[in-house]
Design a protein around this ligand. Structure first.
Ligand SMILES: Nc1nc2c(c(=O)[nH]1)N[C@@H](CN(C=O)c1ccc(C(=O)N[C@@H](CCC(=O)O)C(=O)O)cc1)CN2
Length: 294
């Protein structure tokens, strides 16, 4: 008899959190006298990035946050972006700055991420904030991993002593989520493209976080019965019938038969990423204005 996993519903939690942020902004704004502001730097015309940036700007508007869209042409230089970051660092109405990734190939994201003032680092990718994560100090956390942790917390999924496996070692997701799980006393294994016997490792996982960037990589045979499976992948694929659809890095239909909990794609981690960005910007706003924010 096959079971069906319970969905970890990121979309619903994101809506609830955005409503809470909206009222938090209303009360802070009454004290501070201005709205929080987020600046999103987008370079070029990557269609997926354009959708994500639009969604971020729309979400800002819905919760009463100012959004300062900075859209640059595909041939923008590194120096022009540096100058834009310097201006935003100095702008008192801007509390959060993020550079939408990936950037076009001629640009180097790393020095640009380092240039963002750490107090305005809404994406949590500045080395100071990553260092605080390593040390377990409060600070701005990367949005996708923070969204995963918040979703697990919402469903009261205990992590202490659990075997957690993370597939993927990016600075955006894999490395920070491993540190966050470790901070909650999980026993963490990191797997990646060179890992041997991947299914042997994943099938030991109580908590499996998949951020591999490979459509439907994880199938039912690779998952321990009763595991919690979090799919961070977002891939647009074209089926044999020519239709385009969105899939994660997990083969949802088979894995939901063995897992206890699973995130859907869409509607799982994606909406949580946007919400944690808003959360981080409100956190920076409150922190910069001398108000505490959790
Ligand atoms: N500077 C950053 N760049 C990128 C990040 C990031 O966190 N910071 N993450 C991704 C893209 N991303 C946010 O930027 C993002 C991706 C997907 C979603 C989302 O809500 N997805 C929906 C489906 C949307 C669709 O139909 O295509 C879902 O999963 O339900 C939000 C944000 C890379 N770049």
């Amino acid at each position: 008899m096959s079971q069906t996993a319970q969905l970890l519903d990121g979309k619903t939690l994101a809506q609830k959190m955005q409503a809470e942020l909206r009222s938090r902004i209303q009360s802070l704004q009454a004290e501070i006298g201005r709205k929080p502001g987020l600046a999103v730097l987008m370079v070029g015309d990557n269609p997926a990035s354009a959708v994500y940036v639009r969604n971020k700007e729309k979400a800002c508007e819905q919760i009463g946050m100012a959004s300062f869209g900075q859209h640059f042409g595909a041939n923008t230089t590194q120096a022009e972006l540096e100058a834009a970051i310097d201006r935003l660092n100095e702008d008192p109405n801007v509390d959060g700055i993020l550079i939408q990734l990936p950037l076009p190939d001629h640009l180097d994201a790393v020095p640009l991420l380092h240039r963002i003032h750490p107090d305005k680092d809404a994406d949590g990718l500045h080395p100071l904030n990553l260092g605080k994560l390593v040390r377990g100090e409060p600070g701005l956390r990367s949005c996708t991993p923070a969204g995963v942790m918040r979703l697990l917390e919402e469903y009261q999924i205990g992590l202490s002593g659990k075997q957690a496996v993370v597939i993927g070692r990016s600075i955006l997701v894999g490395k920070p989520i491993a540190l966050m799980l470790l901070a909650e006393d999980a026993t963490v294994t990191m797997a990646h493209s060179r890992t041997q016997n991947l299914s042997g490792i994943t099938s030991e996982a109580d908590i499996l976080i998949v951020a591999a960037g490979r459509p439907e990589l994880v199938t039912a045979e690779m998952v321990k019965p009763g595991a919690v499976v979090v799919d961070v992948g977002i891939n647009r694929v074209t089926s044999a019938d020519g239709k385009s659809r969105l899939v994660g890095d997990v083969h949802f239909d088979s894995v939901q038969q063995v897992a206890q909990f699973i995130t859907p794609v869409p509607g799982g981690i994606g909406p949580m990423t946007v919400t944690m960005l808003l959360h981080n910007t409100v956190w920076s706003y409150a922190h910069r204005e001398g108000k505490t924010h959790t």
